[in-house]
Design a protein around this ligand. Structure first.
Ligand SMILES: [Zn+2]
Length: 141
């Protein structure tokens, strides 16, 4: 496999320890049925791939960017909660996950996080302003 130094799941510590990363991209999807023809991971798979392509283009131009593993847990999919393997998380759970990641990343010197949303039920807009107040980093949606 040709490991990409801007995709965290593909790279290793040896490859990244000499790099200084400025930006992290967090793809956030969901795991839910998408009719009969699309996979449960559609939101997550698409978003992770878009993040990887965008980061690749930025990397080629000299940007130091890292794509984090996709979060496959969406919110507001209670309309399908009775369907098998529709995984639901509360917005409050998502906020806890986001704050934990912001704590870790800001402590590691990452200055910017791009939150890339791939699921219509995820509502991150109202958090961005709040998180920017309490973390020494910029959060973009
Ligand atoms: Zn969705």
């Amino acid at each position: 496999m040709n490991a990409k130094p801007y995709v965290l799941e593909q790279t290793n510590w040896k490859q990244i320890k000499e790099q200084k990363y400025d930006v992290a991209i967090l793809p956030w999807g969901a795991t839910e049925p998408h009719n009969y023809h699309l996979p449960y991971g559609t939101d997550s798979l698409e978003t992770a791939k878009i993040a990887e392509h965008a980061a690749g283009k930025a990397w080629e131009k000299g940007a130091k960017v890292m794509v984090l593993p996709v979060i496959p847990l969406g919110a507001q999919n209670m309309g399908q909660i009775d369907m098998p393997f529709c995984l639901h998380t509360k917005p409050s759970t998502q906020l806890i996950i986001l704050k934990d990641l912001l704590t870790a990343l800001s402590g590691q010197g990452i200055k910017k996080l791009v939150l890339m949303n791939g699921h219509g039920g995820n509502d991150f807009k109202r958090w961005c302003a709040n998180c920017n107040l309490s973390f020494p980093m910029y959060l973009f949606l």
